[in-house]
Design a binder for this molecule. Structure first.
Ligand SMILES: [Zn+2]
Length: 404
């Protein structure tokens, strides 16, 4: 283990990515403009990977009657709720999960077997009443945003739908160079009070997870007692730079909550059936994922992820006009760019850009201006010489597209 590694909270402050304000409260990080760019890039990447699957976006409020979670079974199994009382005494909770809400959208009209699969997709924040001693920057928070999706399907559609999710997970984690292992999370037969539903149905669901796991190309292991209370799951684990293991992506099979909430469709023979719901997340908690990424890269994000991809350093005010022209061209090419026009020396501007871990530093003086070029340096201190602007733009754009 490398002892020189910095904590994500320190890097987050140095690079101006997020803020924890005691006035707002512990475990409730606030994302700055730069941190929000990283959230958005991750969000857009997930959307791009799953676009072909035809999921539908939905939106739900963050508050619900406590009764909803009593019905779903969550209230009994998860005690760490934020309870909220209305002025006439009705009991509400800040939502700890999204499943019951999405199921209510499904339940709102009659569904036929021909309508399935139906998938509801949403980036949305959940709330957990964690003890303040357990909070840790972005890694353990009270407000966590999940890239959540619930896929309602018939039993004969489970494998096909789960394989699509698996494909998305593989493409996603490869782009971050994370090493994945997979846990088949089953229930603990000795600890029955932790789970809902019949043994026979659990067996069916666990067999489907084993079937799906046959496709998995990573190291696999069984995790007895690691299932959700409503069903078994495939959990995707990664090891970070500190050798800590995190469960991030997940594919969960649920035969029980839909039944408890009366979620139904009409089958081909006219009978009413309960769909199976696949609960899935790719990044898991976006906050935790970003915390791990910050530590993994020590703030030096790959170009496609960097909040600022290029910074322009004009040597003197005389070069400012040309520098602005270069800035506009990069901006038009959708490259995230800044210009450092402070009255500092060139050396100190380069040093600051390096400390900010900006992948490319463009130095612009009289010669570059005359030749219509830019002098390029990397944050690692490498001098890449001069290049025509359009050549440089093409290089950065291709890095962004290939997620380098
Ligand atoms: Zn769910």
């Amino acid at each position: 283990m490398n002892n020189n590694l910095k904590d994500h909270r320190q890097i987050g402050q140095e690079l101006d990515l997020f803020v924890v304000s005691e006035r707002v409260g512990g475990g409730l990080p606030l994302f700055t403009p730069k941190g929000t760019i990283i959230r958005k890039v991750i969000h857009d990447f997930i959307e791009q990977l799953q676009k072909e699957f035809g999921y539908s976006d939905v939106w739900i409020p963050h508050l619900a009657k406590a009764e909803l979670y009593k019905l779903s079974g969550h209230l009994e199994k998860y005690p760490e709720y934020f309870k909220v009382k209305s002025s006439i005494g009705d009991e509400f909770v800040l939502k700890p999960m999204d499943c019951p809400h999405h199921m209510e959208i499904f339940r709102a009209k009659p569904r036929s077997y021909k309508d399935l699969p139906i998938a509801y997709n949403e980036f949305t924040t959940n709330y957990r009443d964690e003890q303040s001693g357990e909070l840790n920057g972005l890694l353990r928070v009270r407000a966590l945003t999940i890239d959540d999706c619930h896929i309602f399907c018939r039993e004969d559609q489970i494998l096909e739908e789960a394989r699509k999710v698996y494909k998305t997970i593989v493409s996603f984690y490869k782009a971050f160079n994370f090493e994945i292992s997979v846990r088949l999370s089953f229930k603990d037969p000795k600890n029955k009070e932790k789970y809902i539903g019949l043994d026979k149905t659990w067996e069916k669901a666990e067999n489907a997870i084993r079937e799906l796991a046959k496709d998995v190309e990573f190291e696999k292991r069984d995790g007895i007692g690691e299932a959700a209370f409503y069903g078994p799951k495939l959990d995707f684990m990664i090891k970070d730079v500190l050798e800590r293991e995190w469960q991030l992506a997940t594919i969960q099979l649920d035969y029980f909550i839909p039944e408890r909430l009366g979620v139904e469709y009409v089958d081909s023979d006219g009978s009413k059936k309960t769909p199976v719901v696949i609960h899935r997340a790719i990044a898991g908690s976006i906050e935790r994922f970003i915390g791990i990424l910050i530590e993994q890269y020590q703030g030096a994000f790959l170009t496609w992820l960097s909040p600022v991809q290029v910074i322009i350093v004009p040597i003197s005010d005389r070069n400012l006009k040309y520098a602005r022209n270069v800035f506009d061209q990069l901006l038009t090419s959708k490259i995230r760019v800044e210009i450092d026009s402070r009255a500092e020396t060139m050396q100190s501007k380069i040093r600051d850009a390096t400390l900010q871990k900006i992948p490319y530093i463009l130095i612009i003086g009289g010669r570059e201006e005359k030749e219509g070029k830019v002098a390029i340096r990397t944050r690692e201190g490498k001098d890449l010489g001069t290049q025509k602007i359009d050549e440089f733009i093409a290089k950065v754009k291709s890095e962004i597209e290939s997620k380098i």
